[in-house]
Design a protein around this ligand. Structure first.
Ligand code: FAD
Length: 523
């Protein structure tokens, strides 16, 4: 254990998931000095295990979560403009079926059971259309196309489905590369002056009158450092309560509800670029989404999770649930043998006392703890990837009274690194990248542009042939890209690169993965 050094800042953020990094970026842009500590890889927990959608959350309308849905719908286009490289519009096909039921506990289903007992808990088509009408109109849509009715006999989307599905609605939401969202927020925060410490665990924090004394431990070197801050924000996601109880040694009546969600990845089930929104006979819904060009992503489940000590993994029961659910719709059965990868995350939901995991609120809750003369603490509960920017603004608003010179909100009209171009220019820019670096195939140019946007030119600078990019680790992962990710996006270990900043792990051979690990250890 090395001698500790003291560093003083306005704001110290615990947790480098999307909420912590979004807050750090917003705060530093308003003139605060900021340090953020993340105990593992940036965005390595919940924020890289999501369904990866900027969405309003159609199903939350059944829970009357209008505030959350409206805020999320408005945010979709704000975020799409901020990062048109790592986010893009998607069409979702919702096949209609008379067999599909409501989740019993939704306020809407309870109301309809009283008003229309003959419907026996089924979700009628007119109700879905009404939900989609609200979805189209609550959130001031300008870029994304609205809802349409489609005939599955005539649309490409019908080919992959069982013939009994004749009609569907089609609506819009957006895809987001969730882990890149976190690393680019962290990079932008760093570029603006924030200190981002990864593999750095907060092991203790204490109020010393009007400031916080925070002790962190580097998880690689075990070096311990002391930091001082005027305000502490606890954005530790599923660990938020653990931070309060064990690292801060405070009592709090607020708690999280840990709800695990798993996804499976299978070789692609269809050739078009639309997603499906499937309703189950149990009232739940799942998505099927084109993934990494050659795969289909299916998820998610909702299961109460034991505790943060247990690493979330997709259980056999969850895998089978997803397979059986999808097989009710797809013409060709999905089997356990098809599953090439799975991942799980834990939703850190605010515990609002609901009985059912599916029904627990997805909205965020901010709790400020402060009394005169004592340093403030802000605990963040819940939230969605889609609302991270609004959550950051709300968090800064909570602490604004402690910083009279704080600048106004600014992130709505900003761009994340590499994303400063109009949404409609994506195809044109991919073509330009390919013609500027003519050794790139279309698919490689597309992957690099989607990952780095305008910064792809910096990454490839000076290269006129593949060999100029250094060692190859398979699947066009080059030494140049690996070094770029190390320098700019906080990557340290092979998994950071092949399972989070990229998903090349899906295709790379075991030999290439090992070579990459060895390269990272010795260079
Ligand atoms: P996290 O990403 O978990 O970050 C918290 C961080 O704190 C972690 O990285 C952890 O390592 C760190 N930490 C903990 N303790 C310490 C410590 N002592 N010292 C230092 N660091 C510490 N939202 C959407 O908008 N769209 C979706 O499609 C979507 N799908 C989802 C699907 C699933 C299965 C799940 C689980 C969630 C989904 N969400 C979605 C919600 C969204 O992913 C989460 O709300 C969001 O990622 C939470 O981010 P966070 O920063 O709060 O938590």
């Amino acid at each position: 254990m090395s001698k500790s050094k003291t560093k003083e800042v306005d704001l110290f953020v615990i947790g480098g998931g999307i909420n912590g990094c979004g807050i750090a970026r917003d705060a530093v842009g308003r003139g605060l000095s900021v340090t953020l500590a993340e105990m593992n890889d940036i965005g390595g927990a919940t924020s890289s295990s999501s369904t990866k959608l900027f969405h309003g959350g159609l199903r939350y309308l059944e829970y009357f979560e209008f505030r959350l849905v409206r805020e999320s719908l408005i945010e979709r286009e704000v975020l799409l403009r901020m990062m048109p490289h790592i986010s893009w519009p998607m069409r979702f096909v919702l096949p209609l079926s008379s067999e599909m039921r409501f989740e019993n506990s939704t306020p809407t289903s309870r109301l309809l059971n009283v008003l229309m007992p003959w419907a026996k808990g089924k979700r009628p088509a007119w109700l879905i259309r009404l939900g989609l009408f609200l979805y189209d109109n609550l959130g001031g849509r300008k870029i994304l196309p609205g809802t349409a009715s489609i005939s599955l006999g005539k649309d490409l989307a019908g080919n992959a489905l069982k013939k009994k599905f004749k009609k569907a609605f089609e609506y819009s939401d957006c895809w987001i590369e969730d882990n890149k969202l976190v690393s680019l927020n962290a990079l932008d925060a760093k570029n603006r002056g924030a200190k981002i410490l990864t593999r750095t665990k907060v092991i203790e924090a204490k109020r010393i009158e009007d400031f916080w004394k925070i002790i962190v431990e580097n998880q690689l070197t075990h070096e311990v450092e002391e930091h001082h801050a005027k305000v502490l924000i606890n954005a530790a996601g599923p660990w938020v309560a653990d931070i309060i109880n064990t690292k801060l040694q405070l009592n709090s009546k607020d708690n999280t509800r840990l709800v695990r969600g798993s996804h499976i990845v299978v070789p692609k089930l269809y050739d078009h670029d639309k997603c499906y929104f499937f309703q189950g006979t149990d009232g739940r819904i799942i998505f099927s989404i084109p993934y990494e060009y050659e795969f289909t992503l299916i998820g998610t489940t909702d299961a109460d999770h034991d505790g943060i000590e247990t690493k979330p993994t997709c259980s056999e029961a969850e895998r089978d649930y997803l397979i059986n659910f999808a097989s009710q719709y797809f013409a060709k059965e999905v089997t356990p043998k098809d599953v090439v990868w799975s991942y799980s995350g834990v939703r850190p939901l605010y515990d609002d006392g609901t009985e059912n995991a599916v029904a627990a609120t997805r909205d965020y809750v901010l709790k400020l703890e402060h009394s005169a003369g004592s340093a403030p603490l802000l605990n963040i509960f819940g939230g969605k990837i889609t609302t991270y920017r609004k959550l950051a603004e709300a968090a800064i608003l909570e602490i604004a009274k402690f910083f009279p010179d704080l600048k106004g909100s600014w992130t709505a009209n900003s761009s994340l690194p590499g994303g400063d171009f109009p949404v409609q220019d994506v195809a044109k820019l991919i073509k330009k990248l390919q013609s500027d670096f003519n050794f790139l195939t279309e698919i490689r140019a597309k992957r690099l542009f989607r990952a780095y946007g305008l910064n792809a030119w910096e990454l490839l600078k000076g290269a006129s042939k593949l060999e100029d990019l250094g060692e190859q680790f398979g699947e066009f992962l080059t030494q140049r890209e690996v070094e770029y990710l190390r320098k700019n996006e906080f990557a340290m270990e092979a998994d950071d690169i092949i399972w989070r900043r990229t998903k090349l792990g899906l295709k790379m051979s075991a030999h290439d993965k090992k070579r990459l690990s060895e390269y990272l250890k010795i260079s």
